[in-house]
Design a protein around this ligand. Structure first.
Ligand code: AMP
Ligand code: MG
Length: 312
């Protein structure tokens, strides 16, 4: 059920949850300083308590509500990338509820680029918002995904659906070099060139439990098996979902998608294809191997999600 900013603010202030659109994916928003509301977010999603939530803010001033000392690094990054798909991990203030951070001494924060969601946060203050999907299923990128997971009466804030379709980059800025904990549309190279800070994004750290608790869970996965294929099969089956990107192949069926090199569009639709495959009862999704292109930031994030989805 689509609700106005006014209505959504009322729901949040009552301690209840509202799905919010952002430029990345939909979030499941709660008042960050209402412990019961935050707890309810974990309950509704079936999210493990040790997978911390990102706090969404609408102005850089609100950082002071979440951390004692707003570092120069945080200010520089905020100036260069906010509002936008970059989350920073900083030391948390003691008043930030432990339930948000799964007991960690740090808190993850970002300012989303979405007018209605920013207007809502202006009225309510900081909101926790994990992706608006049941834990373990692909992130919600369409209003209908939220209806499928939480029912048609679940309140969804008005405004444009997510344009990117892939979750934010998560960057730990507590010590230099900064560490990318989750790849997204903002890459290490972009952060380095725009801020001058050194950024590491080594796979070793990415897969380390110590650094981003959420990365050990099987996110981003549909029920259907996802496999990466090197070559496009000569015969396509009707009970399999195919996602291609090379220009030579053509779309030839309901569940055959060809992005002809448009990786932004592929990212925008990826989770919808995952969900659609499950809805159709397909047990297999084949994705054509994505190319290596250091210069395409979305491709980098896309490859990460595809590789996580295809890891058995
Ligand atoms: P989601 O909101 O479902 O897209 O997931 C949020 C991601 O941010 C998860 O991978 C979390 O582990 C990560 N995250 C949130 N808070 C922290 C934190 N304080 N330190 C490290 N990672 C965090
Ligand atoms: Mg999620």
């Amino acid at each position: 059920m689509i609700v106005s900013v006014e209505k959504a603010a009322g729901i949040i202030k009552k301690g209840e949850l509202v799905a919010i659109p952002t430029e990345t994916v939909y979030g499941l928003a709660a008042d960050a300083f209402n412990v019961d509301a935050v707890k309810n977010t974990f309950k509704q999603k079936g999210r493990p308590a040790d997978n911390p939530l990102i706090v969404h803010i609408s102005s850089t001033d609100q950082l002071e509500l979440l951390t004692v000392f707003v570092s120069e690094a945080a200010k520089t990054i905020a100036e260069s990338f906010w509002p936008g798909p970059l989350t920073i991990v900083i030391n948390k203030r003691v008043n930030v509820p432990d339930v948000i951070t799964g007991g960690l001494a740090s808190v993850a924060v970002r300012m989303p680029e979405h007018p209605e969601t920013l207007a809502l946060i202006n009225k309510t203050g900081p909101l926790t918002a994990p992706s608006a999907n049941m834990s373990g299923s692909p992130s919600a990128t369409r209003a209908v995904h939220i209806e499928n997971d939480f029912g048609v009466d679940f309140p969804i804030l008005e405004g444009q659906a997510p344009s990117l379709g892939i979750e934010s980059t998560v960057l730990d800025i507590r010590e230099e070099p900064f560490t990318i904990l989750r790849p997204g549309a903002v890459t290490a190279a972009m952060i380095e060139s725009q801020t001058g800070f050194k950024v590491q994004s080594s796979e070793k750290k990415l897969n380390s439990d110590k650094h981003s608790p959420g990365m050990r869970y099987t996110h981003y996965k549909p029920a259907a098996k996802v496999s990466v294929i090197d070559e496009i099969p000569s015969e396509l089956k009707s009970n399999i979902t195919y996602i291609f990107h090379s220009a030579e192949t053509s779309e030839s069926g309901e569940s055959v998608y060809n992005y002809k090199g448009d990786f932004n569009k592929l990212a925008h639709n990826l989770y919808d294809h995952f969900r659609q495959a499950d809805y159709l009862g397909h047990s297999q999704i084949f994705i054509e191997k994505l190319p290596d292109d250091e210069n395409s930031s979305i491709l980098f994030a896309l490859k990460d999600r595809v590789s996580r989805a295809s890891n058995s």
